[in-house]
Design a protein around this ligand. Structure first.
Ligand SMILES: O=P(O)(O)OC[C@H]1O[C@@H](O)[C@H](O)[C@@H]1O
Length: 249
């Protein structure tokens, strides 16, 4: 056994003392940290092909005639190239995100990131770097962590890609997206992100994988992707843990 394996084993055991393994969905007992109990696992609505190649939303059928875009991708194409998510944001996925983000269950990040790696395989294969959606400094101070960064870091590390949280900054405080209409969400995010002048050189010509916890309307990802492209990225893909299947009208 390598010394770092022993250290990792010790860290895992110490973590299990602080956070006894419990289901990431319902909180019931499980064997492994971050695992789901059989009932939550079977109710997690994993997103599987056929998918809209742009928004990553599940499609009802695959006619087998090449890529089929969702009506929304045709009528309202996003700024990012392709989005992928692990699960639809209902029941189990919502409970997981709430535990992680609002109940400080930061230990869930590793398991969630592992699932994101599987769903984002094709995006990771082409990405040059991984950038989390940043929080504005006051929000970061209040929450004490950026949930997107906690997911993006292990994704980048396991994929062997650079983790680049400083390539994108949130330069304006925005209202929480929850409770806003689709138009309100887009307006709320206008001008909220910028690539810092001193980081522009580092971004030129790179394909960015943007990471967040949830996509609802895509307004946050669009605003972030727009700023990254203005700042020099050649393209932006989006990877989130959950996707709201039927976002507000
Ligand atoms: O901008 P849309 O996709 O509507 O909403 C998703 C955002 O709203 C927040 O709660 C999430 O963390 C994410 O950043």
């Amino acid at each position: 056994m390598q010394p770092h394996d022993a250290l990792r084993g010790f860290a895992r055991a110490a973590l299990a003392l602080v956070y006894p393994p419990s289901c990431a969905g319902c909180g019931g007992a499980t064997m492994d940290p971050g695992a789901l109990c059989p009932s939550c696992w079977s109710s997690l609505r994993l997103i599987e092909a056929p998918l809209c190649p742009r928004y990553g939303t599940p499609l009802a059928l695959d006619p087998g005639i090449g890529p089929l875009y969702s009506p929304r991708a045709i009528a309202d194409p996003p700024v990012f190239d392709r989005a992928r998510a692990v699960a639809l944001y209902d029941d189990t996925a919502r409970r997981m995100v709430h535990r992680f983000k609002y109940e400080d269950r930061l230990d869930l990040a590793s398991a969630m990131a592992r699932m994101m790696m599987a769903s984002g395989r094709e995006l990771l294969a082409e990405a040059d770097c991984v950038v989390p959606v940043p929080l504005y400094r006051w929000r970061l101070w209040r929450r004490r962590f950026n949930q997107a960064a906690l997911l993006a870091r292990p994704v980048a590390r396991r994929a062997g890609l650079p983790f680049e949280p400083r390539l994108l900054a949130r330069v304006r405080a925005t209202r929480p997206q929850v409770g806003l209409s689709r138009a309100g969400r887009a307006e709320n995010l206008q001008g909220a992100f910028r690539v810092p002048q001193e980081r522009r050189a580092a971004l030129q010509g790179r394909r960015v994988l943007l990471v967040d916890d949830v996509t609802t309307t895509g307004a946050t990802a669009n605003a972030a992707a727009r700023a990254l492209i203005r700042g020099g990225a050649i393209a932006v893909d989006l990877l989130t843990f959950a996707l709201v299947a039927d976002p507000l009208g």
